[in-house]
Design a protein around this ligand. Structure first.
Ligand code: ZN
Length: 223
C-alpha cells in the first residue's frame, strides 16, 4: 500500500518512519523502499490482515496517482463493520479498483457487494495474448473466446481493460463501451462517469434496435 497511518496521518513509505500502522488491521508496517519495487508499506509479520492485498505494481500506482491523494486508499466500512481499502473513492462514493493480478470470481463478487458503487480497471497487458483475443472476440469470435471478457462480463459492474493505449475498452451491463483514458479520468474526477457510461449504453442499445428494425423491414420486403 502507498499510505500507512503515522500519528493519525496518511504517510507514504519512508524508511526513517518507525511504528507506522496498517489502516485496516492496526498492525505495524515497515517501509519498503528498494530500487526494484515501487516504494510501499508492508506488514512486519505475516499475520493475517483482512484487507484484500495486492502487490502494488507501477501500473497500479500510476493509476492511483491520476487522482487526488485524499481519494487514494480510502477506508470503506460496511454496516457490519467489515473494513477494506478502496484504491480510489471519490467524494460522491464511487469506488474505482485497479486490478493487475488474477482475482478469483468469488473475490470480485465480494468486492462488488461490499462497495456496490464500483468500477473496475483491469490491466490488459498482464497476459501477452489478451489484447489480440479481446479484439478478435469483439469483432467476430464471440465473447467466450476472450478470457478477459469471459472472466469479467459475468458481473454487472462496469469494467475497463487498459491495454496501455489512449483508449480504454470496457463492458457494462453486457454492452461494449469505450472511453478515451483522459476523458475517463476527468469524468471520474468531475462525478459524471456513471452518467456517461449510461449514455454510452443507451447509444449502443439504440444502435442495435435500429439494426434489428432495418433487418425486420428487409425480411418483410422478402429480399
Ligand atoms: Zn493490515
Amino acid at each position: 500500500m502507498k499510505f500507512a497511518l503515522y500519528g493519525g496521518k496518511k504517510v507514504e513509505a519512508e524508511t526513517t518512519l518507525k511504528g507506522a500502522l496498517c489502516p485496516v488491521c492496526d498492525a505495524e508496517v515497515i517501509a519498503k523502499c528498494g530500487d526494484k519495487n515501487i516504494h510501499h508499506w508492508a506488514h512486519k509479520s505475516n499475520k493475517e490482515c483482512p484487507h484484500w492485498w495486492e502487490n502494488e505494481t507501477k501500473w497500479h500506482r500510476d493509476w492511483k496517482n491520476q487522482f487526488p491523494e485524499d481519494w487514494q486508499e480510502v477506508i470503506h466500512i460496511s454496516e457490519t463493520g467489515e473494513k477494506h481499502i478502496a484504491d480510489i473513492k471519490t467524494p460522491n462514493g464511487l469506488v474505482v479498483e485497479f486490478q493487475h493480478s488474477y482475482i478469483k470470481p468469488e473475490e470480485i463478487l465480494a468486492r462488488n457487494n461490499f462497495y456496490k458503487n464500483i468500477i473496475w480497471i483491469v490491466d490488459g497487458k498482464r497476459r501477452p495474448t489478451d489484447e489480440k483475443k479481446f479484439e478478435e472476440a469483439l469483432e467476430w469470435r464471440g465473447w467466450d473466446s476472450s478470457r478477459l471478457l469471459k472472466d469479467w462480463t459475468i458481473f454487472p459492474k462496469p469494467v475497463f481493460f487498459d491495454f496501455g493505449k489512449p483508449l480504454l475498452w470496457g463492458v457494462s451491463d453486457g454492452f461494449p463501451i469505450k472511453f478515451e483514458k483522459k476523458d475517463f479520468i476527468i469524468s471520474v474526477k468531475n462525478g459524471s462517469i456513471k452518467r456517461k457510461i449510461d449514455n454510452k449504453i443507451n447509444t449502443e442499445m439504440r444502435r442495435r434496435m435500429r439494426g434489428r428494425r432495418l433487418w425486420g423491414s428487409v425480411m418483410k420486403k422478402g429480399y
